[in-house]
Structures are given as C-alpha cells and as structure tokens.
Design a protein around this ligand. Structure first.
Ligand code: BDR
Ligand code: CA
Length: 313
C-alpha cells in the first residue's frame, strides 16, 4: 500500500531531491501535494523552484500550494549565501509554465488531511514550520488526525548551522516549531547530527551524473553549486544532503540505527540560544517523550537510494 504524503518545503536543491525521490518511488508514496513556505529564499522563489523541479520531472500534475510568506511573529531570514539568489543557483532552469494551485497551503493541508481517514497522511517538513503551525491553528484536530510528521531540523550535540545553538529551519520560525513540538502529533526529528553525515561527495555526484538523464545532469550541477559553501565552511568533501533524510527514513528505517523517543523543546526567548532544540537524549528532565530523534545514518545506503531513484526519472 502506498503512503499518502504532503511535502512542506522551501526549495533549495536538497528540498527538491526529496519530492523528486518520492515521485520516483510510486510503489511507496502517493504525493498529494507540495506546499511551499518562505525559508531559504522568499516565498515567490521557493514556489517557483518547486514548479521548476516538477516540470523538469514532467510531473505538473502534482499541485503546488504556496503558503506563508513570513514566520509567525518574526521577520524572514533567508539563506542566499548558501543557495544563491534564486535558491536554485548552479543550473539555469527555464521559468515554469505551470502555476501554483489555487488556495493557501495551510488550508490545503487541513483539507487534504481531514478529508482522508485518520492516520493515513504523512507530512515531510523540510523548512521553517510556519505552514504546519498555521494549519494546526486552523484545525485543532489536525495533529491527531495525521499519521506522522517527519521534520528535518534542529541539532543535538552537533551545534547549530546558523547560530552556535540553532539550525536554520527551527531558527527562522521558532514559535512555529514550538507550536508543532507541543501539538501532540506523532513526530520524528532528523537533526544536523544525522544530516551532516550524509554528504554529496564528488564521487557520489559523479555517480548521479553517470545516470545520463537530463534530471541527473541538472541536479549534478545544482548540488555541485550547493556544496561549495559547506565544503568551505566545514572542510569536508561534499555538503550535507539534509532534507531527503526525512523521506528515506520512511523508505529504509534500517539506515537510521540510533534513534530515541525523547522530549524536545524549542527555545523562543533567549537571544543567544533562540531556535535551539533542547533534546533530552539522556532523559534527565523526566519530561514525557514527544518525538523520535534520529542521530545517525548509513550515509552510503542513503545516497545510493537517492541516486538510484533520481536516475529513474
Ligand atoms: C535546512 O536548511 C535548508 O537550507 C536546507 O534545505 C535544510 O532544510 C538545513 O539546516
Ligand atoms: Ca529545506
């Protein structure tokens, strides 16, 4: 049976790889929609990039709903310094012909989830959690009606990538993240500790390119551009391919050997630690678990899965 899936995202290439990989696994996923939010770049560009990637894959049948153009209470912070001004620098894809679907993403999420049986729709959340928090505010039963939400965000002992304490997706909209982590939804969190192990090394990108398809060639270039920032910052071969970990977790849980159900809270007050995920890995607080946190990944299995699936499109 396929899993009904919504992907909430702010494309950048690693976001796009996630929904394209889902489309390349039709025996596992029914992608209901891609919902976009402001994050890596402003909303008009994240929406455009989602449409461009779907058009490249010949899948304009997948609706793209645009959502929040700013975090719940704070001004938007973007990451052009990583992904370039378009969010998709590295390959000049044509402007999309398709238009976004009519409707506001948080409302579309509520409609898609609540019109299906309880426990049947999964959300992969790859961006600031603004759309998800707004959807939860609109429909208080949403959290318990969902099957689960798999979130790329936060950090445990890895430290932050935008401040010493905070990871980008949580930092951009900490109030939204706090709302989601107190919602009671079935949550899985994949923090930087895990995604920093999963890198687009030169050899892996060559394997992708060797698939010989247009899409593989485009993503070879997008991910090559994308990794230069992280390579310089961390001194690694390759940059982390963060967001597809959410999808591959659903496909191959055996690639994620070190997970614990623990309590996670989000800092929304202190300026120095704003957006930090406080992950009680050792259960020292005695607070009830509200998320499964995945700390490690079989990077080779993960990247091979992505390369193989993208090569089918
Ligand atoms: C997250 O930030 C974005 O730039 C990536 O797409 C990922 O969702 C990593 O911190
Ligand atoms: Ca993202």
């Amino acid at each position: 049976m396929t899993r009904a899936l919504i992907i909430d995202t702010d494309p950048s290439p690693d976001d796009a790889v996630t929904f394209l990989t889902a489309l390349a696994a039709p025996e596992l996923f029914e992608l209901l929609a891609v919902t976009t939010v402001a994050g890596n770049v402003p909303l008009d560009l994240t929406t455009k990039n989602a449409l461009k990637a779907l058009e490249l894959a010949g899948r304009t049948d997948i609706p793209v709903y645009a959502g929040a153009s700013a975090p719940l209470v704070r001004p938007l912070i973007t990451a052009e310094y990583v992904h370039g001004h378009t969010g998709f620098d590295g390959y000049d894809l044509p402007d999309p012909v398709a238009k976004p679907a009519a409707g506001f993403a948080p409302e579309a999420i509520v409609e898609m989830v609540m019109s299906r049986p309880k426990g049947t729709v999964t959300i992969c959340a790859l961006a600031p959690l603004t759309n998800i928090a707004l959807a939860m505010a609109r429909e208080p039963r949403l959290a318990e009606h969902l099957a689960e939400i798999v979130i790329m965000g936060g950090a445990l002992s890895e430290g932050g990538n935008v401040t010493p304490a905070a990871e980008f997706n949580i930092y951009v909209d900490p109030e939204a993240a706090a709302r989601v982590f107190t919602s009671g939804a079935n949550l899985t969190l994949i923090p930087l500790d895990c995604t920093h192990q999963a890198r687009t090394t030169a050899a892996r990108l060559e394997r992708l390119r060797a698939k010989g398809t247009k899409l593989a060639e485009v993503f070879y270039h997008l991910l090559s551009f994308n990794k230069r920032f992280d390579e310089q910052k961390y001194g690694w071969d390759g940059g982390p391919l963060h967001d597809p970990t959410t999808l591959v977790w659903l496909m191959h849980p055996e690639f994620f050997p070190n997970g614990r159900r623990v309590n996670v809270t989000v800092e929304t007050g202190s300026p120095d630690t704003l957006g930090m995920t406080i992950i009680d890995w050792w259960s020292v607080t005695g607070k009830p678990a509200n998320a499964l946190v995945l700390r490690d990944i079989d990077a080779e299995g993960y990247m091979t899965t992505i390369i193989d699936r993208l090569g089918r499109l």
